[in-house]
Write a protein that binds this ligand. Structure first.
Ligand SMILES: NC(=O)c1ccc[n+]([C@@H]2O[C@H](COP(=O)([O-])OP(=O)(O)OC[C@H]3O[C@@H](n4cnc5c(N)ncnc54)[C@H](OP(=O)(O)O)[C@@H]3O)[C@@H](O)[C@H]2O)c1
Length: 255
C-alpha cells in the first residue's frame, strides 16, 4: 500500500487502534478523517491533534452512514482509503436467555453491519480514486475467545467477507487489506489486562502493521496473530481449550 499522499477515513478513529493508525498516517503526511459515536471524545481528539478531521457518525446507523458518505464525498473528493476499524467487544454468558435480544446482536450491528454498510456507501469513491480498503478483523477470526462468543463470530464473518470482497474488486483497482491484530492494550481489552493473555501496545501494532503495509501485504497478522493462525491448523483442540481457559473467568455470572 502506498502510504503517502492519501486521504484516509478511519471509523472508530477517536481511540485505541484507530487513533494510533490515524496519528501514524497523519505523521506520514496523509489527510486523515476519524469518526466515532461520542462527540465529546472527538472534541478532545481535535483539541489534542488539530490536524485530524473529526466527524461524529455511528456505523450501526444506516442513516448516519449515508449522511457521512454524502459529506465526505463533497468535502474530501480525493478520499482513497477507508479503514473499517470501529468495533466493540462484550463478554457474554450464553447459558440462559438474554434479557434483551436486541442488545444481544449489538456487536453484529457494529462489527459486521458497520463494515458492510460503510464499504457499500464508499465503494464508488474508492473505485473512482483507485483506493484502498482496510478491514480490521482480529486474530480471533481464526480461533474464538469463548468469553466473547459473538465478538469472535463477527471477526470470523469479516475475514470471510473481506476475502469475497477482494475477489469481487480485483478488476476495479481497489486494493483490499485485512488487518488481523492480536490482543492489543486498548479500552476494548481492559478486562483482559492482568490475565494470561499477552497484550501488545498500539505503538507495537502500528510498527509491525506499517512494515507489512509498506511491503504490500494483503492479510496482516502481527505478533501472536501469526501463531494463532498456525496453531488452529496444527492443534485446533489445544488452542481452543487454551483460549477457553484464559477467558472463562470473564464470562459474566448470571445474565
Ligand atoms: N484491542 C484489541 O486487542 C483488538 C484485537 C483485534 C482486533 N481489534 C479490533 O480493532 C478495532 C478497534 O479496537 P480498539 O481496541 O481500538 O477499541 P477501542 O479502544 O474501544 O476503540 C474503539 C473505537 O471505535 C469507536 N466506535 C465504537 N463503536 C462505534 C460505532 N458504532 N460507530 C462508530 N465508532 C464506533 C469508539 O468511539 P465511540 O465509543 O465514541 O464510538 C472508538 O473510537 C475493533 O474493530 C476491534 O475489534 C482489537
Amino acid at each position: 500500500m502506498n502510504l503517502n499522499g492519501r486521504t484516509i477515513l478511519i471509523t472508530g478513529g477517536s481511540a485505541g487502534i484507530g487513533l494510533a493508525f490515524a496519528l501514524k498516517f497523519a505523521e506520514l503526511g496523509n489527510e486523515v478523517i476519524v469518526t466515532g459515536r461520542r462527540q465529546a471524545v472527538l472534541n478532545e481528539v481535535k483539541a489534542k491533534y488539530p490536524k485530524l478531521h473529526t466527524i461524529q457518525s455511528d456505523v450501526a446507523n444506516p442513516g448516519q452512514i449515508a449522511a457521512l458518505a454524502t459529506r465526505v464525498k463533497a468535502d474530501f473528493p480525493k478520499l482513497d482509503v477507508l479503514m473499517n476499524n470501529a468495533g466493540i467487544m462484550i463478554h457474554r454468558n450464553l447459558t440462559a436467555p438474554a434479557a434483551d435480544l436486541a442488545e444481544l446482536t449489538a456487536e453484529m450491528n457494529i462489527n459486521v453491519g458497520g463494515v458492510i454498510g460503510m464499504t457499500s456507501a464508499f465503494i464508488d469513491i474508492l473505485t473512482a480514486n483507485k483506493g484502498t480498503l482496510i478491514n480490521v478483523s482480529s486474530a480471533l477470526a481464526f480461533v474464538p475467545l469463548p468469553s466473547a462468543p459473538i465478538y469472535s463470530a463477527t471477526k470470523a464473518a469479516i475475514h470471510s467477507y473481506t476475502q469475497s470482497l477482494r475477489f469481487q474488486l480485483e478488476e476495479t483497482g481497489v486494493e483490499v487489506i485485512e488487518l488481523m491484530p492480536p490482543a492489543v492494550k486498548t479500552d476494548l481489552t481492559a478486562d483482559l489486562s492482568g490475565g494470561s493473555l499477552t497484550l501488545i501496545t498500539t505503538d507495537e501494532l502500528v510498527k509491525q502493521s506499517f512494515a507489512s503495509l509498506r511491503a504490500g501485504a494483503q492479510e496482516i497478522r502481527p505478533g501472536q496473530a501469526k501463531q494463532l493462525a498456525f496453531l488452529r491448523r496444527l492443534a485446533p483442540d489445544f488452542i481452543n481449550g487454551q483460549l477457553w481457559k484464559a477467558s472463562k473467568k470473564l464470562v459474566p455470572v448470571g445474565v
